[in-house]
Design a protein around this ligand. Sequence first.
Ligand code: HEM
Length: 405
Amino acid sequence: MTEALSQALMFPMPRAAGCPFDPPPELSRRSEQEPVSRVRLWDGSSAWMVTRYADVRALLTDARISVDVAEPGFPHTNAVSKARDAQMKTLMQMDAPEHTTHRRRLTADFMVKKIEALRPTIQRIVDGLIDDLLAGPNPADLVEAFALPVPSLVICELLGVPYADRAFFQRVAGELVMDEGDPAHAMAASEELNAYLEELVDRKSAEPGDDVLSRLAVEQYRTGAMTRREIATMGQLLLVAGHDTTANMIALGTAVLLAHPRQLSAIRDAGDPAVVAGAVEELLRYLSITHTEARRVAREDLVIGGQPIRKGEGIIAVKSTANRDPAAFSDPDALDVHRNARHHVAFGYGAHQCLGQPLARVELQVVFGTLFRRIPTLAPAVPQEDLTFKPNAVFYGLRDLPVTW
Ligand code: HEM
């Protein structure tokens, strides 16, 4: 190990006590002083960490980088993610041209126009859950009563997965995205979910409905273009990426707004959907919940931010510091729902940029445009220091959010 490497920091780094909504201080310091630097990972390997906005965008659109998880230098997040990557190849682990072919099979379902048509359904779901919340016990846990069910109901509707099975898939999805624990346990969960989805593909093929899995069963499975397994894997990615991310954004976004009452009232009293839409972009930027960041490996020698990176070396593109880069956002550590934050990289950038972003946007716009208006007295039921955050999960979030009104 070289001297520079022996001094390399461990990634990820801990967040500061009392600042749960900010990136770890050491990460911010690196971004200021050494924007492309070495970090050590859980298995003793090392990788380059790229932290500035312009460098992150340049990197994520560079054809010389790859998501090939089989490359020895690929910077796996932990033992669970390494095992998961070895077992299952989704869109996220495919390079062009394979990636382009697979992603194209889904783009029509996530086009802005198609997703906008779901807005009334999403509004109905959100209103129904708020009715139930208000009719139930006070205080209540906003994660269980609202943040988790909103995206679960929406993704079930879109994919054609029976919501009655939610206890099952929420459990296995939860096991899949935990970054700690026994990889064998996570793999067993993934197998269970795949078996469930494969059976569902058969049912959809026999009796198609108006949903994404039915469309894939008819257009891809029946024609032999995709196997049952491939469709199940795609379904698994959509189900997990489609509910855990948005659920964490709802819970964390609510917690951060409750801690910033003036920003909250700007959203509540806006009466203008454009203000709410802008606030959602700012929350995405500020919270950057995919804190395990974008992992890549260099396919060829390249230079990023003046730093040469050699073929085969692992690279981590850090969106959370890119989204706090003063060169891209003025006064970046301030939460300001009125700023124009739309150019953030919370959904990634380049070929793998989030496929579900139109859906996430509409869900979050409906949630934040409705929740504080319908429950204007919403308040935390415990002090912020008593909240339990999820520092070791794939997506940053809150285990629970006790609220009162
Ligand atoms: C607030 C919510 C969300 C956030 C912050 C988020 C974030 C991200 C990010 C950062 C990536 C890129 C990963 C990389 O470059 O390595 C990504 C990819 C992806 N997301 Fe999301 N996502 C969200 C919601 C959703 C939803 C609702 C869906 C689907 C229903 C979804 C489906 C996907 C898929 C399929 C990919 C892989 C795209 C590819 O590799 O081509 N996401 N997401």
